[in-house]
Design a protein around this ligand. Structure first.
Ligand SMILES: [Mg+2]
Length: 196
């Protein structure tokens, strides 16, 4: 089976680290629990373009490079690779290709994933994750974005909505459907995939 896995807040605690970086660098005092959706520029009251610059810069700092993956994630993903074809699909833009590749390689080694796919704008339009999943015949996606899993579920793709220890305020009270299962740890992800 082909499985797509998200990076930020699915394998790594990125939002938490980004907030820490931003608070330190720009003297803000935002809290993780205040992040109620994934349009993080709104949390910081920034224009999207400025936010994007800061978010891109963050991926070249130790806040990003030294992030530790969530407990058990690496082992479980390595185990999943034995019987499945694994893809990373990330909303990170193309300017983050290098830092993303390094982060992934540091934990999984070279060429572990079949592909690492970045969403990016072309002529003001970008392919969304559900379109890419459909095109690649992906049967399961693990992601923390409610918007992404809802869109994927409409394409009848099975989804695991990740919310580490139920601490994410951007997807915890969400209504789901039969294609969506929730997981609050990687052990939980593993269980939900085995039941599949
Ligand atoms: Mg994510």
């Amino acid at each position: 089976m082909r499985i797509a896995i998200d990076i930020d807040d699915t394998i790594f605690p990125t939002v938490k680290k980004f907030i820490k970086y931003h608070n330190h660098k720009y003297k803000t005092s935002k809290k993780f629990k205040d992040c109620k959706n994934l349009h993080a520029h709104k949390l910081f009251n920034l224009d999207f373009e400025i936010f994007l610059e800061r978010w891109t810069a963050f991926t070249n700092t130790d806040y990003h490079n030294l992030m530790k993956p969530y407990p058990n994630s690496i082992e479980i993903i390595k185990e999943l690779k034995k019987n499945n074809e694994l893809y990373i699909i990330t909303a990170r833009n193309k300017r983050m290709v290098k830092s993303t590749k390094t982060l992934i390689e540091n934990h999984f080694g070279k060429n572990f994933f079949k592909r690492i796919i970045h969403l990016d704008y072309k002529d003001l339009k970008r392919d969304e994750k559900h379109e890419i999943c459909k095109r690649l015949n992906i049967k399961l996606i693990v992601d923390d974005s409610l918007e992404t899993v809802l869109a994927c579920s409409k394409e009848q793709i099975n989804c695991i909505l990740f919310n580490y220890r139920n601490t994410y305020n951007w997807n915890r009270y969400s209504k789901t459907n039969k294609f969506i299962k929730k997981a609050s740890s990687w052990k939980d992800v593993e269980k939900k995939i085995i039941i599949e």
